[in-house]
Design a binder for this molecule. Structure first.
Ligand code: GAL
Length: 811
């Protein structure tokens, strides 16, 4: 290159840089790397932040408590759980997961805002900090929040200085503040948004679809802006990024623009067709582009009517839903999109179409995925209002924060088509008393004010009380938690003309564990602290799935259910709240590792109408039970089936309406155990054999089988492959009771992240590369690095052939 051309080249490359800076009128920087973390309290907040000792390097999202160790004394609660109808206080261990989340910790990060001098607006956005965060910038406190589940932000434009800025976040978790494992620390994203003064306000767009038909949709876009003399150009693009329509407006109502756009022949959003459009909002001042924001939305119509229940795009749709806690099992609460996507993939296969975020604000990532994958969403705000459930619960903040928390929930999430209902509370003790009534009204009014398009419910358990007080009558949607025996009465007495099973079942089971004799029971306990997978055990206040199914199927006015819960979660180990070791729930349809329990197939055969389900239980390795009664259950979408034990027929069972169980399950109650083969042949309505399944008694555990959910993952340092590890005998028959201790090693462009076996009584730490199989299985998580390439997981165990699987990552 000559001197002249070199000079020109430099000028040109400078032009490119300048141009890029100018064109980037809004930048969003997610602060993931470079965080320092330390635990411990100090009375001198300034000193802690600038004392350089004892910081540990972490990435955010981060959950400081998930690494354990489990300890029965953490947050030990000596209480009577009133929701569980307990009258006397007893010692509860494991209620909040027995993980070390109590206490205070600090996070610190240093960042620079390059265009700071140019007078930009800088927003610091937090999507969730557990809990009671205090935010400091360069040593000065700039704000705080209380609720660990809220999204919140601060305008830090005036607090920033040129060059390096030091951000510090203090998080504190008091004891007796939660009924489950809440996690600890900055467990959701933090971002820095830099934009011009003339720009769209944070969460300033609100897109609704007030008119929807096959031919035409009216899309209403309300946009809140800062600045004057603005021209707002709003453009809709379809899912292929093709232009659909544009509206330009200079008509500003104070801070707001209100535009209507026509979409002809719209593609409607639904769980089956999760079609997404985008709105691009551009702010111009004197023809100069000042801000640009892209927001995804869906065109769909929702109605709730006494005559037809919930209508989605004109079609009666029942909620086939599950409640989910926010923890991601072995990852704790640190948000991870791959983990969320896997949960939803499992739920899709089961045929679920809805999620309730119990009992708090969902992550934004979860909502994005629900929009994309097609799930209806019931977004909940609180588990407590003003009357306490927990000594240090949300009631301490209710007066000052309830409105702010709801406003932020609605503003941050209202453009997600998946959200079709809000819930202002779950089983709040305020169901009792006149004040509670006023609070219910006030909160519902706030939701209505902020979002007139979606109804509000409360998950209610005090059905008699809310019938008398009128509490339930004022709600848009009547949400009942359990209490199936009161549905009819509630339907008669309340004005809404429909009932939602806002929480149903709470059946308990441990994957692969079966108890004898097989009889239905409430609050059953066993010496091994496991519950039976015959799916006949519930709590004193709850019921088995079939009892809900009867109401869902026979009553048009029941608009669906949200089963407690889709997955096991950390904490709340009912029915073993008083026993140690027991640190996670038994309620899940799938276990804590995401492995389906038998119950999964009971729901699948109802909900997944597209695929065949033919599932047989229990396993057939019962050495010592020879000759003893060992009932066989089959969960299938077929009407009848014949059972064969070692080739001998045990007769045909046909679904019938004698009891809720015989209506939904095929059961052979008097089968005597003998080792060998269990075969089931299913028949269609015409009595023709159409499908069969076989399970066999396994011999000694011999080899490991590794099955990754995804073999190719993204090289972003966050993506995960979930590798299911199981063990089989020499003939390849799965060993259903194996508990071998296994070791894991990952080499190449990946790292071992965590493992989980779904055993609620295991005290093994998830992040250590060693764990026992539970009922013959566990799951290992392999995480990508930022470098693309191959990675190899090796799993070994004493007396077993070592197994390997090669995975790869791509940019
Ligand atoms: C409900 C409550 C849930 C969970 C469940 C267990 O009453 O809303 O949070 O505790 O019971 O059955």
């Amino acid at each position: 290159m000559t001197g002249v051309t070199r000079h020109l080249f430099l000028i040109c490359s400078m032009c490119v840089v300048t141009f890029q800076l100018l064109a980037q009128n809004r930048t969003v920087q997610v602060l993931e790397e470079g965080w320092a973390f330390k635990k411990g309290k100090s009375s001198d907040a300034f000193k802690v932040q600038f004392d350089d000792s004892k910081w540990e390097q972490v990435t955010v999202p981060h959950d400081w408590a998930i690494y354990g160790p489990f300890d029965k004394d953490i947050d030990k609660q000596n209480i009577a759980i009133s929701q569980n109808n307990e009258k006397e206080a007893t010692e509860k261990t494991g209620r909040t997961g027995s993980l070390p989340f109590i206490g205070t910790a600090w996070y610190r990060n240093t960042f620079e805002v390059p265009s700071f001098e140019t007078g930009k607006t800088v927003i610091l956005l937090f999507e969730g900090v557990m809990s009671e965060p205090e935010i400091y910038l360069n040593g000065e406190k700039i704000g705080e929040w209380k609720y660990g589940y809220s999204y919140f932000y601060f305008d830090i434009s005036n607090a920033l200085k040129k060059g390096k800025n030091t951000l510090a976040v203090k998080a504190s978790n008091p004891e007796f503040s939660s009924r489950w494992y809440p996690g600890a620390g900055i467990y959701r994203n933090v971002s820095l948004i830099v934009k011009n003064k003339e720009s769209i306000d944070q969460w300033g767009t609100f897109i609704t679809t007030p008119l929807v038909s096959d031919k035409l949709a009216r899309v209403n876009v309300k946009t809140q802006v800062s600045g004057e003399k603005i021209t707002l150009k709003t453009t809709i693009y379809d899912a292929d990024k093709k232009w659909v329509t544009t509206n330009s407006s200079t008509t500003q109502f104070g801070k707001s623009f209100d535009q209507n756009l026509k979409v002809e022949h719209p593609k409607l959003w639904s769980p089956e067709t999760p079609y997404l459009y985008t709105v691009v909002s551009q702010v111009y001042v004197d023809d100069e582009l000042k801000d640009e924001l892209t927001t995804r939305f869906g065109i769909r119509d929702i109605k709730y009517t006494a005559e037809n229940g919930f209508q989605l795009n004109g079609k009666t749709t029942k909620f086939k839903g599950v409640c989910l806690h926010h923890d991601l099992g072995q990852l704790g609460t640190a948000i991870n999109k791959a983990a969320l996507r896997r949960q939803l993939t499992i739920l899709k296969d089961m045929g679920a179409n809805a999620i309730r975020s119990s009992h708090n604000m969902p992550s934004l990532e979860q909502l994005e995925l629900c929009d994309e994958m097609g799930f209806l969403f019931l977004a909940e705000s609180f588990d407590e209002w003003k009357k306490p459930k927990m000594k240090n619960g949300y009631h301490r903040f209710f007066d000052d924060y309830a409105e702010k928390d709801i406003v932020n929930l609605v503003h941050a999430t209202r453009n997600h088509p998946s959200i079709v209902m809000w819930s202002s509370g779950n089983e709040v003790p305020d169901q009792w008393g006149a004040e509670g009534l006023k609070r219910a009204k006030k909160l519902q009014d706030i939701f209505h004010r902020e979002d007139p398009t979606r109804p509000v419910t409360v998950g209610m358990d005090q059905v008699k009380a809310v019938m008398e007080s009128g509490f339930a009558s004022l709600l848009d949607v009547l949400g009942l938690n359990y209490r199936v025996h009161l549905y009819e009465e509630a339907y008669e007495k309340f004005p809404q003309g429909m009932i939602l099973g806002s929480e149903t079942a709470s059946t308990v089971s441990s994957r692969g564990i079966y108890k004898f004799p097989v009889v239905q029971g409430k609050g059953k306990q066993y010496p091994d602290l496991q519950s039976s997978s015959y799916d006949l055990e519930a709590c004193s206040w709850s019921n088995v799935p079939d009892e809900d199914f009867v109401l869902q199927d026979d009553k048009d006015w029941v608009i669906g259910e949200f089963v407690w819960t889709g997955f096991d979660y950390l904490g709340e180990p009912t029915p073993y709240d008083n026993y140690w070791p027991s640190r996670s729930s038994y309620f899940g349809i799938s276990d804590l590792a995401g492995l389906p329990k038998d119950r999964y197939y009971l729901y699948r055969c109802r909900w997944n109408k597209k695929e065949e389900t033919l599932h047989v239980l229990p396993h057939w390795n019962w050495e010592g039970r020879e000759g003893e009664i060992t009932p066989v259950f089959v969960y299938t979408n077929y009407d009848s089936a014949e059972l064969f034990i070692n080739g001998k027929s045990k007769g045909i069972q046909k679904k019938n309406k004698d009891t809720p169980q015989t209506r939904y399950r095929l059961m052979w109650m008097d089968v005597k155990y003998e080792p060998g083969t269990v075969k089931v042949v299913a028949f269609n309505k015409g009595g023709k054999p159409v499908a069969e399944r076989e399970i066999k008694t396994a011999g000694k555990a011999d080899q490991l089988v590794l099955s990754p959910d995804r073999k190719i993952i993204k090289a972003d340092g966050k993506d995960l492959s979930y590798v299911e590890v199981s063990v089989v005998d020499k003939a390849g028959i799965p060993c259903p009771i194996a508990t071998n201790q296994l070791k894991f090693k990952v080499t190449g462009k990946g790292r071992y992240r965590a493992a989980c076996n779904g055993d609620a009584t295991s005290l093994e730490q998830f992040h250590l590369p060693i764990m026992k199989l539970f009922s013959g299985k566990l799951v290992v998580l392999v995480q990508s690095t930022k470098e693309a390439g191959k990675m190899e997981l090796t799993v070994s165990g004493k007396g077993l052939k070592t197994a390997k699987v090669i995975l790869s990552s791509k940019d």
